[in-house]
Design a protein around this ligand. Structure first.
Ligand code: 13P
Length: 340
């Protein structure tokens, strides 16, 4: 059977152990990241840093896709090539974040709960993004974790919106990434992380089935099951791998094209060590990979710090971290040389 365009693109992105760079921070998030390293956030500084990454040698060996933000997909490189075209020429599939961000969930009993907006006009936006070169898309839902949250209302509202988005993406011929993220920066235990992640993914797949989303043309991006970062005990990579795979096996059908992890505020080292441990688990039913933003970009951005003289060193750092993450994705982190 010939695979659909979304299924073929999903396979192309994850072929040969490759992963995804999430370079799709909204302007607000990118401004926070740039200001943290002393750089004023302007359209030009945001473009400069992203171009630095997209021009780093060798990255096409390890990255099958890059997720862009609306501003970036409309920008060009210094030599006048559209960003999406530049990536495509390197053999990297360009993608686009299409959600409108997580907003407070109306009448939620606890004020932290959120629902992601952005469905209105999405069919027309998909047509435009496809013309701009995007072949896959991303929608993120933010699931806050506490003793009494997430509520069923938050899980179902987010799952429903993600499924509606995924159906529209496939209708347009693009591969949807659905990204439910249980936020891990609380004090909760790994048991609580596992429970919430399982409930969240189960709710999502019910809605995906209702909306007739083709699982072979779908990528699921989610958090690893880790201890809350401010919790008293922190699970190591073997436990994280075991807990994560257990939850995924219970909730993600084998037909799904791939599971890709977000880094979610883990240190670069944790994000690679945990991915390595997950990749070493035998007989996973889906292709597993990474779709990191912070754990690929953080060090490069700190080194660059807005200075042209630092571009080469920043690219070396990005090269090294991407190479190590891809090694972790093959379960070969221990054997990978750590220098650039
Ligand atoms: P992090 O890897 O920094 O968690 O970002 C992934 C992402 O795409 C968030 O939407």
């Amino acid at each position: 059977m010939t695979p659909s365009a979304p299924a073929a693109t999903a396979r192309e992105i994850l072929a040969d152990g490759k992963g995804i760079l999430a370079a799709d921070e909204s302007t607000g998030t990118m401004t926070k990241r740039l200001e943290a390293v002393g750089v004023e956030s302007t359209e030009q500084t945001r473009r400069r840093f992203r171009e630095l990454m997209f021009r780093t040698p060798d990255i096409e060996r390890w990255l099958g896709g890059v997720i862009l933000y609306d501003e970036t997909i409309r920008q060009s490189t210094d030599d006048g090539v559209a960003m999406a075209e530049h990536l495509a020429r390197r053999g990297i599939v360009p993608g686009i974040k299409v959600d409108g961000g997580a907003k407070p969930l109306a009448l939620a009993p606890q004020e932290d709960e959120k629902v992601t907006e952005g469905l209105d006009g999405l069919r027309e936006r998909f047509a435009e993004y496809r013309d701009l070169g995007a072949r896959f898309a991303k929608w993120r839902a933010v699931i806050e974790v506490g003793d009494d949250i997430p509520s069923t209302a938050a899980l179902e509202a987010n799952a429903h919106a993600m499924a509606r988005y995924a159906a529209l993406a496939q209708e347009a011929g693009l591969t949807p990434i659905v990204e439910p993220e249980a936020i891990m920066d609380g004090t909760h235990s790994i048991d609580r992380s596992a429970r919430v992640t399982e409930d969240m993914l189960r709710a999502l797949f019910v809605q995906l089935a209702h909306q007739r989303v083709e699982l072979e043309g779908l990528l699921v991006k989610t958090n690893m099951v880790v201890s809350g970062y401010r919790g008293q005990t922190q699970a190591g990579p073997d436990e994280v791998a075991e807990r994560t795979v257990t939850v995924l096996r219970r909730t993600v059908p084998a037909a799904v094209a791939g599971v890709v992890f977000l880094s979610g505020g883990q240190t670069d080292e944790q994000a690679t060590a945990n991915l390595d441990a997950i990749s070493r688990v035998d007989e996973l039913p889906w292709t597993v990979s990474f779709s990191y933003a912070r754990a690929l970009q953080g060090e490069a951005m700190r080194i660059w710090a807005g200075k042209e003289n630092n571009v080469g060193d920043a690219q070396d750092a990005f090269h090294r971290r991407t190479r190590l993450t891809a090694a972790a994705n093959r379960g070969e982190l221990a054997a990978a040389p750590s220098g650039s």
